[in-house]
Design a protein around this ligand. Structure first.
Ligand code: A2P
Length: 283
């Protein structure tokens, strides 16, 4: 999803800047570059493997339990790493297994696949037991889907995290509270309100970074709206994974640990919630 080589450079800049958590996926088609960047930085002596927290994702076409481990092994081969720090089920719905990432019928409709998410989860647990993933989690799961896993008879490992859209316009208060109660970390994707690429983003929701409240608060601290949005999430315990392929903005997004928002400012930003997703995942 990125021009060839730009991911390699961006990950290297990010590591030099101080980032350690890298959010990847097979379907981003750049895992080879991410792996190369990590390995180059290790070879340089800048970091050790254990300093990096790499998250990989199991795609929808790989939910049948017998596909889970081979799929993770393929990711590890592409990365040229021995393990991922976190492996997550990318989406709760399964697509027909095969080479097509979005398998479609003759009418252009996605072909879904019957699988038991609990069986997929057991295969994820086996990956952790085999040492291929240090931790396992989920993504885009709602409360009912989480409960299905949490209530599974014989559950060996709980999901450590649930990666979902989360930012000032979509604050997820109920899911956040539920996950807090169950010690599940929320990792917020699109923390800056996405790239507004109309092929997959609901652009009827206004641009987050143009928000007057975020900009006004930023002015007080000599920070940008992006930095305020990231700080807001971090301060409410949400892990952020901002995406940028621009060195200056990669650095900007890391400069959020030298200021803090007051309780009043946090409330003001919470009130911006529109309960509208940018990423609707219509499939
Ligand atoms: P770019 O790669 O050119 O920096 P999200 O993390 O919510 O998915 O947002 C990603 C989008 O936000 C990308 O289009 C990225 O573009 C842009 N972006 C990243 N950091 C900043 C920033 N600090 N200010 C403005 N735009 C940003």
């Amino acid at each position: 999803q990125t021009p060839k080589g730009s991911c390699l450079e961006s990950v290297k800049v990010a590591i030099d800047t101080g980032y350690r958590h890298i959010d990847g996926a097979f379907v981003y088609y750049n895992e080879h570059e991410v792996g190369q960047a990590i390995r180059e930085k290790i070879a340089e002596g800048k970091i050790k493997r254990e300093d990096i927290f790499y998250c990989g994702k199991l795609w929808n076409t790989c939910h049948p339990p017998e596909l889970v481990r081979p799929t993770l092994e393929k990711t590890l081969k592409i990365l040229q790493l021995d393990y991922v720090d976190l492996y997550i089920i990318e989406l709760p719905m399964a697509f027909k297994p095969g080479d097509a990432i979005y398998p479609k019928d003759e009418n252009g409709k996605i072909i879904y696949h019957e699988t038991d998410l609990c069986a997929t989860w057991e295969a994820m647990e086996a990956c952790k037991d085999a040492g291929l993933a240090k931790s396992i989690g989920v993504s885009n799961f709602n409360r009912r889907q989480l409960e299905m896993i949490l209530n599974k008879p014989g559950l060996k490992y709980k999901p450590v995290s649930n990666q979902v859209e989360c930012h000032p316009y979509f604050t997820q208060p109920k899911l956040l509270e539920f996950c807090r109660q169950h010690n599940i970390v929320i990792v917020g994707y699109s923390p800056l309100g996405t790239s507004r690429d109309e092929t997959w983003v609901n652009v009827s929701s206004p641009p987050l970074l143009k928000d007057p409240v975020l900009n006004a608060i930023g002015k007080r601290y000599n920070k940008t709206a992006a930095q305020v949005a990231l700080r807001f999430s971090v301060q409410r315990g949400v892990v952020v994974i901002p995406k940028s392929f621009n060195p200056q903005r990669i650095r900007e997004n890391f400069q959020i640990f030298d200021f803090s928002l007051t309780e009043k400012e946090m409330k003001e930003i919470e009130a911006l919630n529109k309960n509208v997703r940018y990423v609707e995942l219509l499939m």
